[in-house]
Write a protein that binds this ligand. Structure first.
Ligand code: FE
Length: 393
């Protein structure tokens, strides 16, 4: 049996934040991040709309990037005191991810991260509150997904949470919130969305319910990302929807090794963090070449290329066109082609890559990748992404 789960309501369109007025409830806790929503006036607007809905409102502010266990526990505690029947999370991926975990600890104070970490093993939520998510970035799509990542800074362990219980009830996808995004973020998160859609389309869990969402998302990213990067308003709006569609696809079809590789290299090197979307953008064409040795995956990559009107008749030519298109996008978006170009030190890369390759193979996203991979091959693949060499294995 397979399951396909999405929020019950997805509001979209300029100014649809106003839909908060129509939530039915008594008390809402509004969870936000570091202050950008307040500075831009969206926090006050959201509070006013919730009050218009007749609700008492409490704020939980200051969720940090890569939210911590402590923040989650503090938020759950605030919820237990206030007893909201709506949890409204607004901001980038972090406040929404954090609020999802707070929700679980609000309803089940005795649960543990170790228990919640077991995939699709959550207790039944919605005993006390429903969940509304409002994204202010265009990429993670956490407003429609069954996922959240929480970091234990004491041990350095990341807890990836995955369960349809934490798929929000309502998503408010208002492009007004992303009009002011810095262009670097537009580029990285846009390529993250493209990676979500492509990985979902070739995932071993792809299905007729996720395929159309993935294809539509890919088409929209190809149509709109370059113009969104140049701050075209219409394109920026369409990208906000495209990333959401990609999220609907990958929340149900899961991802692949581009994400495994990005997860394990993001914070691995002393030269600095590799932003998630940037890492995905670098790895994507190499992984397509690796996965395309699998005949089923090859067929699906070729289908993507054909549907996007890319050049080529043979599968091989179509897949090459798809990789060229991604390369072309990376150039346009000022994303490097290799880890070396990104600035990762060669000695450090050589020193750490065995361990990183092993960890990447063990990542939760590896299981749904269309072609299997062992640590030794993963290392070879990483070397290709470092030096820009051909993937011929
Ligand atoms: Fe991602």
């Amino acid at each position: 049996m397979s399951r396909f789960t999405l929020p019950r309501d997805v509001y979209h369109g300029m100014g649809c934040l106003e839909e908060l007025k129509n939530l039915k409830g008594k008390k809402a806790i509004l969870v936000v991040g570091g202050g950008s929503m307040r500075r831009q006036g969206f926090l006050d607007k959201a509070v006013d709309y919730l009050k218009d809905a007749g609700m008492e409102v409490e704020l939980f502010e200051g969720v940090e990037p890569d939210p911590s266990v402590e923040t989650v526990m503090k938020g759950a505690e605030a919820m237990r005191k206030f007893q909201p029947d709506w949890i409204v999370a607004m901001g980038g991926g972090s406040p929404i991810d954090a609020a999802k975990a707070m929700w679980a600890f609000y309803e089940y104070p005795d649960t543990t991260f170790e228990a919640l970490c077991i995939p699709f093993n959550f207790p039944e939520l919605r005993q006390k509150a429903k969940f509304c998510a409002i994204p202010s970035t265009s990429g993670t799509a956490t407003e429609v997904t069954a996922f959240s990542v929480i970091t234990n800074y004491e041990t350095g362990v990341k807890y990836p949470l995955a369960d349809f219980n934490i798929t929000p009830d309502v998503a408010i996808v208002d492009p007004e919130l992303v009009m002011g995004l810095p262009i670097k973020q537009v580029a990285y998160t846009g390529m993250d969305a493209l990676t979500h859609a492509i990985e979902a389309y070739v995932s071993t869990l792809n299905c007729p319910f996720t395929d159309p969402l993935a294809l539509q998302a890919i088409e929209m990213v190809l149509d709109y990302l370059p113009a969104s990067y140049k701050c075209d308003k219409v394109a920026r709006e369409q990208m906000h929807y495209a990333q959401c569609l990609a999220g609907m696809a990958f929340s149900n079809a899961l991802l692949g090794i581009v994400h495994s590789m990005a997860h394990k290299t993001g914070a691995a090197f002393s030269t600095g963090h590799i932003p998630h979307g940037c890492a995905n953008a670098i790895y994507l064409p190499y992984v397509i070449k690796y996965n395309a040795k699998d005949p089923i995956a090859a067929k699906r990559y070729a289908e993507i290329a054909r549907r996007m009107g890319l050049a080529g008749i043979s599968e091989k030519a179509l897949i090459n066109s798809l990789c060229e298109k991604i390369d072309e996008f990376n150039v346009k978006l000022n994303i490097p082609k290799t880890l070396k170009e990104f600035g990762i030190n060669e000695d450090e890369f050589k020193e750490k890559i065995d361990k990183i390759a092993e960890l990447a193979v063990g990542d939760a996203c590896t299981g749904s990748n269309p072609r299997t991979i062992d640590p030794e091959t993963m290392k070879k693949l990483f070397e290709c992404t470092y030096y820009g060499t051909e993937v011929d294995f």
